[in-house]
Design a protein around this ligand. Structure first.
Ligand code: HEM
Length: 314
């Protein structure tokens, strides 16, 4: 009797466990795209392929993707966030540290007709590019899913301490393809902003912004004259312009001068574009031209004075 009871007990538990597994698989198996998911935040399995036939055939994308989440909104739209890391590999015996570089190319996705920019975040730590510069690599990218699909074409620049290339994006020779396994979708939270409050009340605050007027004109600290053409080009740039609509700034400069090296003196002329600066980014181009020929080698130096005038326009 005792023996039978305990066997029965085991049998019942294993049936319950089986049912649970089967039912959770059944709900997940319906998902063939985000449109099959209710509003919520999901973790999904996905893989990234950025394959290059050269170098003996290398998959650069797969090891960089560490996680994929999707927020399905109440209106049925969905935003996907991919998390990225860096990856080490050896190619032709050379150690290579790969990462996604927003400074070198486009971080985006194909929306069915055009390539769009995705939003992204950058790491707080850095990694070296081939010029030895410290780069804050892309550690997440987020984009609105353009359609219900299980593959998406992405635009990513994969860089390294050796070389890099653009995958996807207009004119790219290589593809970045994300494949999503929607059956794996696991709900990890509510949709972004639709958790109903338990209680709600309101207060208001005044919003004030005091904008200080001002303008800055960036004049190059040094203008280098090319020894063979005897010309040096430079630009004057308007920065942080917060000025009234009709106001403007002019910049004039000495039209000639001399470069000396102790014993010799060379004459130069200076021409600067005569245009009004009205907004940040406006530029004036200028050219210094040495008009006499140097007879001795050496470093010749001189100065140019710039006058900056502000006009209110009234
Ligand atoms: C240690 C790191 C690397 C080494 C030593 C290396 C070396 C080379 C060499 C020797 C070639 C000439 C073709 C061949 O041998 O097949 C090549 C081609 C190429 N590499 Fe790399 N590579 C490295 C990393 C990378 C990375 C990180 C990327 C981009 C993610 C990349 C993208 C390419 C592409 C696109 C080509 C083909 C260029 C073409 O079609 O003309 N390589 N690489």
């Amino acid at each position: 009797m005792k023996k039978l009871k305990s066997l029965m007990g085991k049998f019942v538990t294993s049936v319950v466990a089986m049912t649970l597994i089967v039912s959770s698989m059944a709900t997940a198996a319906f998902a063939t795209g985000h449109e099959d998911l209710n509003a919520g935040t999901y973790e999904v399995e996905a893989s990234l392929t950025c394959f290059v036939q050269a170098m003996g055939g290398v998959e650069f994308g797969a090891p960089l993707l560490t996680g994929t989440t999707v927020v399905v909104n109440e209106d049925g739209t969905a935003d996907m966030t991919l998390s990225f890391t860096t990856d080490s590999m050896t190619i032709y015996g050379v150690a290579c540290e790969n990462f996604i570089d927003a400074d070198a190319g486009q971080i985006g996705y194909f929306d069915g007709s055009t390539w769009k920019d995705a939003s992204y975040t950058k790491s707080s730590n850095t990694i070296a590019n081939s010029a030895g510069e410290a780069v804050h690599y892309v550690d997440t990218m987020t984009f609105r899913l353009p359609s219900a699909s299980d593959t998406y074409d992405l635009s990513l620049y994969i860089n390294s301490n050796v070389m890099g290339v653009q995958f996807g994006g207009a004119d790219a020779k290589y593809n970045a393809t994300l494949t999503v396994n929607w059956d794996s979708a696991k709900e990890i939270g509510p949709p972004a902003e639709t958790v109903p409050p338990t209680e709600s009340s309101s207060q208001s605050s005044k919003v004030e912004l005091v904008v200080e007027g001002g303008y800055e004109v960036e004049i190059p600290a040094t203008i280098t004259v090319d020894a063979s053409t005897k010309k040096g080009n430079y630009t004057v740039v308007a920065k942080n312009f917060v000025i009234p609509e009709k106001a403007y700034v002019t910049v004039t400069a000495s039209k000639s001068g001399a470069l000396v090296n102790g014993k010799d003196s060379l004459s130069f002329t200076n021409t600067l574009e005569n245009k009004k600066l009205q907004a940040t980014g406006d530029e004036l181009s200028g050219t210094v031209e040495v008009t006499t020929s140097p007879s001795n080698p050496g470093k010749y130096a001189g100065t140019i004075d710039f006058t900056i005038n502000y006009y209110s326009g009234n």
